[in-house]
Ligand binder design. Structure first.
Ligand code: MG
Length: 401
């Protein structure tokens, strides 16, 4: 038996090339020049993830055989006794994705080939059209169509919308106020307008972002049915998933759910009872490629397709991991895609590219992406107190963002 290649060092690289703070894990091996990259981006609590990796996972993983991904994933998950949760799962994902990257580099194969091989050459993506008025949203959607995109998420005024009139109580604290009932009316009007402008052939999506009471989410899903969305996302909060039975029983609006999920109990019921159409976990939030592979296979048996989370708070390394999964699994549905900047492409050589609405890999071994660490160091993470997550109802009550 040849001597195993082992984990020699684990580095955490925090950087902020754009709005989102990113956490990249670099696993350095005992083989000179061989390393892997993984995404551990939980942007709102980025420093907690870095500490979990540096202070807890790293001492536990140094010297381990890089080929034993399954062993490392399982033992990392239970080693702290208290398991799951966004900080730990993201930390584990950083290592897990890097180990898949290393395995691919050693084999001389992209990760999708290790998983079973390509089922498609490129992944259909959807992009975000968000505007301050329904006309602006429609214009943005039309501009995307000109660029070849066939799937477009339409949002008006950000999550929760912008209420036409907000009557707050005296001494109302600061926050991201919205009015759920106003939201329902405005979104229906916007979706009707956009559908009218863009025609029937383009696929439209919308994200409620868990902003409605369950009964109003049900009402909205029924009201929007005639506009034939490709999917309606996060109609309910993870805490309200049993309500999906009622939406399912009353309309045929396709449903997507899961970016907040980090515990298997959250997705098992929805898949087994066929209550949703798309699972869309944030791959690092669920613990990396290893659990995503398992869930994709599980969901395939129930006719549930994938739509992995992929906005700007997924790092370019995370997007490369998403794409490797997308190319392989039989139940691929759609991939969310953001608009990378030229700095993103410079900092992360190999970041996938879009053409005619398809996301393409570069077919390099592993995840096919690298990181210019010297450039990343020039863009350190800022100290940010998030404002958009301080969501409030008109009377000031704090709610889920
Ligand atoms: Mg979402």
């Amino acid at each position: 038996m040849p001597k195993p290649i082992t984990i020699e060092d684990i580095k955490v690289i925090l950087t902020q090339p754009g709005k989102s703070r990113l956490c990249i894990v670099k696993v350095i091996t005992s083989e000179p020049g061989l390393y892997g990259l993984g995404c551990a981006t939980f942007t709102q609590r980025i420093f907690a993830v870095a500490a979990a990796i540096e202070r807890h996972l790293k001492p536990f993983l140094l010297g381990r055989d890089v080929e034993r991904i399954e062993e490392i994933w399982r033992m990392s998950m239970v080693h702290g006794y208290w398991r799951n949760g966004p900080v730990l799962n993201n930390a584990i994902s950083g290592v897990d994705q890097a180990l898949w990257d290393i395995k691919g580099k050693r084999a001389g194969m992209p990760v999708c080939v290790l998983l079973g091989g390509k089922l498609r050459e490129g992944a259909n993506v959807y992009v975000h059209a968000d505007g301050g008025s329904k006309e602006e949203v429609a214009d943005k959607a039309l501009a995307y169509m000109e660029q070849g995109f066939r799937y477009i998420r339409v949002q008006l005024g950000g999550y929760g919308g912008q209420a036409s009139q907000l009557i707050k109580p005296r001494n109302a604290p600061p926050g991201a106020y919205y009015d759920p009932r106003d939201y329902c009316r405005n979104m229906l009007e916007m979706i009707a307008h956009v559908r009218d402008q863009v025609g029937e052939e383009v696929e439209l999506l919308h994200d409620i972002h868990e902003r409605l009471a369950p009964i109003h989410a049900l009402e909205f899903a029924k009201d929007v049915e005639g506009f034939k969305l490709f999917f309606l996302e996060d109609a309910l909060a993870p805490e309200d998933i049993h309500w999906f039975r009622h939406i399912r029983g009353q309309c045929a609006t396709p449903l997507a759910m899961g970016e907040l999920f980090n515990n298997p109990h959250e997705w098992q019921l929805l898949i087994q009872e066929r209550l949703i159409d798309f699972i869309r976990m944030h791959i690092s939030q669920m613990g990396g490629i290893t659990p995503a592979r398992n869930v994709a296979i599980f969901a395939d048996m129930y006719g549930v397709r994938t739509a992995w989370h992929g906005p700007g708070d997924t790092s370019p390394v995370g997007h490369a991991a998403n794409l490797q999964l997308d190319l392989w699994h039989p139940n691929f549905g759609i991939q969310e895609w953001y608009q990378p900047s030229s700095l993103d492409y410079e900092m992360f050589p190999g970041l996938p590219v879009v053409e005619d609405g398809y996301l393409y890999p570069n077919d390099e071994p592993g995840l096919g992406i690298d990181l210019d660490e010297r450039l990343a160091a020039k863009y350190p993470c800022q100290d940010i107190v998030e404002e958009w997550t301080q969501a409030r109802l008109p009377d000031g009550t704090p709610v889920r963002p």
